[in-house]
Write a new protein. Structure first.
Lengths: 397, 332, 326
C-alpha cells in the first residue's frame, strides 16, 4: 500500500535503499550526508533491513569496501559530502572502469577551504569525468525516485556503471518534503535483483583488473565510452517503466516548465530549481515570457535534448552552483556543456552564466528576477553584456 | 669537438633497434651510443626505450635515431624500419616481431656462440647482412657485460660510427659509479669490434621485412567487460625461456630421491611430477623440468640434497631436448 | 545478526610428503627469476586451496603476475589500489556474509586473502589494514615483505632495513649509510592494538612447511588474522637469485628476522638459533649493504639486540673484535 510521508532527502534516500534491499552499506561520518547513514543504521539494528553495515575508516575506504562487496555480488551503497567525495577520488575510475555498478549518494557540500557546511555542486562535479552516471534531485521525492532509477539503469547489463545520486546539502538533504513510498512489490517489479556477470566466486574463478599494455588500454577506454553511449536508451526504458509502475510522469533527461512561448529561460539543476519555478510563475503573471529547463542527468549529458529545448529561446541563463576556477569564461562548468550542445544549432540563443547559491547561500526570488531582467535586456540588445555574472556581486548592470 | 661524422644515407635518419630482455643493459647501451653521437660525433640523436614493469626478464626494446646536425629529430615513435637490429638474447630470434621492419639492405647482429645459426634467420631479407658475435662468452671472460661487446660489434659493423668516441662515452658512463668496470668494458668492447663473424646466405626473404605492430588482442566489442580475465591461469601460455641468462638446471633422474625440496623452492612451478610406480618406494616421482617456464634461478640446484639438479650452460636446443611438459594436453 | 560460522578446518601438514599437490598459482607469470614473493604466493595458494579469493594490491605481486591480459591465479582474484587492500577485502567478506545468510550463495565463506607488499601493509595501506583488523572481518591479511617498493624500481619502504641502498636512499658523502631510519615492525603494529585479532604469525620462504601450516592455522581461525612473510628479493637486495633461500635462513639465524606465532596473547617461537650469528654474516651477501662501515653494522646489530630483548630472547652473539674502519 503506497503511503505518503514527510521526509528529508536523506531520509528519502534511506527509504529507497531499504526498498531496494541494499545488502552492503559502508558509512563514514561527514555532514550533511551522514543523515542517511543514521537512518540506515537504525533500520539494520531493528532488523528492518537485512544488510551488512560496515563502518569505513574514511571515504576512500567506503568506496573500497563497497567496491569489494559489489564485485562479490551484493547490491552496495555508500555516500559522502564535500571533501569526503574528493578524498575518495582515487577509487572512482577503477570502479567505473571495472564496471561495478554500486551507488554513491552525495549530499553536496562546498569544498574546503575553509570548512563550510553549505551546498555547492563542485564536490560531485569534480568527479564527472570518472565514468559514473551522475544527476541531481530537486526534491526529496526526486531523490527517492533517482536512487531506484539509478540502481536499475546502472545494474542493467548493457550499462554496468556506478552511479552518483546527488542532492543539495541542507536544501534537499535536510528539508522535508512530501514523498510517496510505494509497495515492496512495486519496487520488486521495477528493480530486478543485483546480478553481476562476473562476480568473485570460487565456483567460477575470474581475475579482475590485470595490468595491460597501452594498446589494450585504448580498447578499454573505447568500451567505457561506448557504454556511456548506450546509457540514454536504458534510462528511457527505465523511466518509462517507473512512470507506469508508480503512476508518475517523469521526463528522463530534462524537464521543461512554462516554456511554451518563452523567449528567455533559466537552465538549472538541483534545489534552487524550486525557487526558480516560483520566480517563473511570478514573472509570467507580470507578462514576462519566461520558462525554465531543468537538467536531471549531468552524465551522460543529454546533448540532443538540451540543444532542442534551449534552441527555442532567445536567451538562456545557466544557473550554476559550482566553480571551475580558470575555466573558459571564468565561471562554472555547466555553461561549457550548454554552449557545446548548442554549437551546431543554426539559431542559437544568447547564453550567459549566473553563479548563484555558492557557499550554500540561499538564492532568493529577487536574484532570479535580477537574472531574468538581464536576460530580457540581452534579448533587446541582441547580445549579452557579460558571459558570467556572479549574482550578488555585480554592480548595477 | 671532433669532425662531424657522415651518415650512410644523408637523406634520412639512421635507425637502430635493440631487442633485449631486462637485465642485459640494452637501455644503457642505447644511452651511451646516443650521447656519443650527439656530444662527440656532431650528429643529432634521440634514444628511448619501451618496457614494462622494472624487473629482470621482461622484454625491452631500445630505439636510436641518428640524424645530421642540420636535421632536427621531431619524432619519438618507435623505430619500425631499422637499418640495424641488435639482438641481445638469442631466444628472442624465435619471435618474428624481433626482425620487424628490417630494411632489405639492413644489418642484423645477434648474440650467440659460434656455429649457431638458428633456422629463424631464414626469415631475414636475402641481401641483409647477418652478424654473429658470442657476446655472452666474451663478456663473461672479460668480466664485463654483453652490452659492451655488442656496442663494439655495432661500431665494427658500421665504420661511420667513431668507435673511439663511443668507447670514450662508454667509459665515461661508468667512470663515476663503477670505475673498476671501465677497463673490463674496454676489453669487451674491443673484442666485440674484432671478433664477430659475418654470415653469408642466411636470409631468404625478398625485400624489406614488413613492420611488426602489436595489435590489441580484442576490440572494444569483444573485450571482456571491465578488463576482466575470464580464463584464469592463462599465464601457462607464456613462454618464459627467453628470460634465462645462460644457465639452466639439468635433472638427473638416477640420483633423485623425490624429496620434493626443489618444488618447495621453485617460485615458478616448473617441475613435472607423476604418480610413483605401483608398489614402488615413492608416492610421487619427479619426471623433469618444463623449461617453458624455467627462468634459470637455479634454486632447485642450490636446494637439492642429492645433486640430482645441476647447473649447466644453456646451449641452443638443449632445453627443448630435455623438456618434460607440464601441460601436454594444453600446449603442443 | 547471525555471523557465517566457518566450519572449514584445513589440516596442518607434518612432512613434505603431505604438502598438497594441487597448484592454484600456475607458472608463466613474469616475476624475476628466483622471486621470493612469487614463491610464497605459490605456497600460500597451495595451503589455502580452491575455496579462496585473493586480493592483489598494486605491487610486484600484481604487476609482475597479472600482466598483459594473463593471470596465474586459478581462483578468483581482484586487483585493488595499493591503498585499500584491507578495505576491499572487508567489502567482499561483508557481501559473502549477507549473500550466504540470504541463501543467494551456498557453501562455506571463502578464504579471503589480501596479498599486500610491505608498502601496501604498513605505509600507504596501513589505514585500511588496521581498520579491517578492528572491524573483525574474517579475512587473512598477508604482508609479503621484500623490504622495499620493488615494482617501481627499488625504493625505500617502512620495512627497509637501516643502511640499505635504495634509489630513494642512495649512500653518498652527505649520507653515508643510505637509509638512516630503522624499520617498522608490522606484526607488532597489529598485536595488542586490535582486540578482534586472535592470531598473528611471521613466516619465511626458508621454511615452506612451516609457512603452509601457519597459513592454514590463520585461515582456520575465525576473524581477522595477520601473516608477515619474509621474501628476499634478488633484484632489490642485489644477490645471486640462486641464494634466495640461503639468505632467508641467514636472516633468521642472525635475528634480522624472527619466527613466531602470537595466539590469544601467547607467543610461541620457531627456529630460534641457539647462538645467533652476527648480522654481518647476513649483510655481507647483499649488495644493498655493500657500502656500510663497521660503525653502521654495529648500529644494525644493536637494533637487532634490542628487538630480541623485547621478545625476551637471550642474545648470545659472539662479538668479534671490530675490524678497522672501511
Amino acid at each position: 500500500m503506497a503511503r505518503e510521508m514527510m521526509l528529508s532527502g536523506c531520509a528519502a534516500a534511506a527509504q529507497a535503499a531499504k526498498l531496494a534491499q541494499v545488502e552492503v552499506i559502508c558509512s563514514y561520518p561527514i555532514r550533511p550526508y551522514s543523515a542517511i547513514m543514521m537512518e540506515l543504521a537504525k533500520m539494520v539494528a531493528n532488523g528492518e533491513l537485512d544488510a551488512e553495515f560496515v563502518h569505513g575508516e574514511g571515504e576512500h575506504a567506503q568506496l573500497s569496501v563497497v567496491l569489494g562487496a559489489a564485485a562479490a555480488g551484493a547490491r552496495a551503497l555508500t555516500g559522502s559530502s564535500g571533501v569526503g567525495v574528493t578524498y575518495a577520488f582515487e577509487t572512482y575510475s577503477p570502479i567505473a572502469g571495472g564496471r561495478i555498478p554500486l551507488q554513491m549518494m552525495i549530499a553536496d557540500r562546498a569544498l574546503d577551504p575553509p570548512g563550510d557546511f553549505g551546498s555547492e555542486h563542485t564536490d560531485a562535479m569534480s568527479c564527472r569525468d570518472q565514468g559514473w552516471l551522475m544527476g541531481w534531485a530537486e526534491t526529496p521525492q526526486e531523490m527517492f525516485d533517482n536512487c531506484l532509477i539509478n540502481y536499475r539503469v546502472g545494474e542493467d547489463h548493457r550499462v554496468l556503471l556506478p552511479q552518483f545520486v546527488c542532492q543539495d546539502g541542507y536544501f534537499v538533504s535536510h528539508i522535508p518534503g512530501k514523498v510517496t513510498l510505494p509497495d515492496q512489490s512495486q519496487v520488486d517489479e521495477f528493480l530486478p535483483p543485483y546480478d553481476l556477470p562476473h562476480p568473485l566466486d570460487p565456483k567460477r574463478p575470474v581475475s579482475h583488473g590485470p595490468q595491460i599494455r597501452p594498446d589494450q588500454g585504448t580498447v578499454m577506454d573505447m568500451q567505457r565510452a561506448q557504454a556511456m553511449l548506450d546509457v540514454p536508451a536504458v534510462i528511457k526504458e527505465a523511466i518509462d517503466d517507473y512512470n507506469r509502475i508508480f503512476g508518475r510522469n517523469i521526463s528522463p533527461f530534462i524537464e521543461e516548465y512554462m516554456t511554451d512561448d518563452a523567449e528567455i529561460a533559466f537552465f538549472i539543476m538541483g534545489a534552487h530549481t524550486m525557487t526558480a519555478r516560483h520566480a517563473v510563475n511570478h514573472l509570467r503573471s507580470q507578462g514576462v515570457k519566461i520558462g525554465l529547463v531543468k537538467l536531471r542527468f549531468v552524465r551522460p549529458w543529454p546533448t540532443q535534448e538540451v540543444a532542442e529545448a534551449l534552441s527555442k529561446f532567445k536567451a538562456v541563463g545557466v544557473v550554476e552552483t559550482s566553480t571551475s576556477y580558470g575555466g573558459a569564461m571564468r565561471g562554472g562548468n555547466l555553461l561549457h556543456e550548454v554552449r557545446a550542445s548548442l554549437y551546431e544549432v543554426a539559431q542559437r540563443p544568447l547564453t550567459t552564466s549566473f553563479m548563484a547559491g555558492l557557499g550554500g547561500e540561499m538564492v532568493p526570488l529577487k536574484d532570479f528576477y535580477y537574472m531574468a531582467d538581464i536576460l530580457s535586456k540581452a534579448v533587446k540588445d541582441g547580445k549579452t553584456k557579460k558571459t558570467v555574472y556572479w549574482v550578488g556581486f555585480e554592480a548595477e548592470d | 669537438m671532433n669532425q662531424a661524422v657522415s651518415l650512410p644515407d644523408a637523406d634520412r635518419f639512421f635507425e637502430i633497434r635493440f631487442e633485449s630482455i631486462g637485465g642485459l643493459g640494452a637501455h644503457a647501451a642505447g644511452q651511451v651510443l646516443a650521447s656519443a653521437a650527439v656530444l662527440r660525433m656532431g650528429l643529432n640523436g634521440a634514444h628511448f626505450s619501451s618496457y614494462g614493469s622494472e624487473k629482470k626478464g621482461s622484454l625491452v626494446r631500445s630505439y636510436l635515431r641518428l640524424g645530421l646536425a642540420d636535421r632536427p629529430i621531431r619524432t619519438s615513435a618507435p623505430v619500425e624500419t631499422p637499418d640495424a637490429i641488435v639482438v641481445f638474447h638469442a631466444a628472442l630470434l624465435r619471435n618474428p616481431a624481433t626482425f620487424g621492419g628490417l630494411r632489405a639492405g639492413g644489418t642484423l647482429i645477434y648474440n650467440a656462440p659460434k656455429a649457431s645459426v638458428p633456422e629463424e634467420l631464414a626469415a631475414l631479407p636475402s641481401p641483409a647482412r647477418v652478424i654473429r658475435v658470442d657476446a655472452l662468452a666474451i663478456a663473461t671472460k672479460e668480466q664485463s657485460r654483453p652490452n659492451a661487446v655488442l656496442l663494439g660489434t655495432l661500431c665494427g659493423a658500421f665504420p661511420f660510427l667513431d668507435s673511439a668516441q663511443v668507447l670514450d662515452a662508454l667509459s665515461e658512463e661508468f667512470a663515476g659509479r663503477h670505475p673498476e668496470a671501465v677497463a673490463a668494458n674496454e676489453s669487451a668492447f674491443r673484442r666485440g669490434a674484432a671478433e664477430f663473424e659475418t654470415l653469408a646466405g642466411v636470409g631468404r626473404a625478398e625485400g624489406d621485412l614488413p613492420i611488426a605492430r602489436t595489435e590489441p588482442a580484442w576490440g572494444y566489442e569483444t573485450q571482456p567487460i571491465g578488463g576482466i580475465i575470464p580464463e584464469p591461469g592463462n599465464t601457462v601460455w607464456n613462454d618464459l625461456s627467453a628470460s634465462r641468462t645462460g644457465s639452466l638446471p639439468v635433472f638427473n633422474r638416477e640420483r633423485c630421491i623425490h624429496c620434493g625440496l626443489c618444488d618447495l623452492v621453485c617460485p615458478d612451478f616448473c617441475l613435472a611430477w607423476e604418480r610413483g610406480e605401483e608398489g614402488g618406494r615413492f608416492e610421487r616421482e619427479l619426471m623433469g623440468v618444463d623449461y617453458r617456464y624455467c627462468k634459470g634461478c637455479l634454486r632447485c640446484v642450490e636446494s637439492c640434497p642429492a645433486s640430482a639438479m645441476t647447473k649447466k650452460a644453456e646451449t641452443p636446443g638443449l632445453a627443448d631436448r630435455l623438456c618434460v611438459p607440464l601441460f601436454p594436453d594444453l600446449i603442443a | 545478526m547471525a555471523v557465517a560460522v566457518r566450519t572449514q578446518n584445513l589440516p596442518p601438514i607434518k612432512l613434505i610428503r603431505n604438502v598438497p599437490k594441487e597448484e592454484y598459482y600456475v607458472p608463466g607469470h613474469r616475476t624475476c627469476a628466483g622471486c621470493g614473493p612469487a614463491l610464497q604466493y605459490k605456497l600460500v595458494a597451495k595451503a589455502a586451496g580452491p575455496n579462496t579469493i585473493f586480493l592483489g594490491p598494486t605491487g610486484c605481486m600484481y604487476v609482475a603476475n597479472a600482466s598483459y591480459l594473463c593471470t596465474p591465479y586459478t581462483v578468483p582474484w581482484m586487483h585493488t589500489q595499493i591503498t585499500n587492500g584491507g578495505a576491499v577485502a572487508s567489502g567482499i567478506e561483508a557481501a559473502y556474509k549477507v549473500l550466504l545468510r540470504k541463501g543467494k550463495r551456498t557453501g562455506e565463506l571463502p578464504n579471503i586473502i589480501v596479498m599486500a607488499g610491505d608498502g601496501g601493509t604498513v605505509d600507504i595501506g596501513l589505514q585500511a589494514m588496521s581498520a579491517m583488523m578492528y572491524r573483525a572481518h574474517d579475512v587473512l591479511f598477508i604482508c609479503y615483505d621484500n623490504e622495499a617498493y620493488t615494482n617501481t624500481g627499488i625504493q625505500t619502504s617502512p620495512t627497509t632495513p637501516y643502511g640499505a641502498n635504495t634509489t630513494f636512499t642512495p649512500p653518498g658523502s652527505a649520507i653515508p649509510e643510505g637509509k638512516t631510519l630503522f624499520p617498522k615492525d608490522p606484526p607488532q603494529l597489529v598485536i595488542g592494538g586490535h582486540p578482534a585479532v586472535k592470531y598473528v604469525a611471521t613466516a619465511s620462504i626458508a621454511y615452506p612447511v612451516d609457512l603452509i601450516n601457519k597459513v592454514r592455522k590463520a585461515l582456520n581461525v575465525q576473524g581477522p588474522t595477520f601473516l608477515h612473510i619474509h621474501c628476499p628479493c634478488p633484484k632489490g637486495w642485489k644477490f645471486d637469485e640462486a641464494k634466495t633461500v640461503e639468505i632467508a635462513r641467514l636472516a633468521i639465524e642472525t635475528g634480522m628476522w624472527n619466527m613466531y606465532e602470537w595466539e590469544d596473547g601467547v607467543y610461541r617461537y620457531q627456529f630460534r638459533p641457539k647462538k645467533y650469528k652476527h648480522v654481518r654474516e647476513y649483510m655481507k651477501l647483499q649488495g644493498r649493504f655493500a657500502h656500510l662501515t663497521e660503525a653502521h653494522i654495529a648500529k644494525q646489530q644493536a637494533f637487532v639486540d634490542a628487538k630480541l630483548k623485547v621478545h625476551g630472547i637471550p642474545v648470545e652473539v659472539p662479538v668479534p673484535a671490530p675490524r678497522t674502519q672501511q
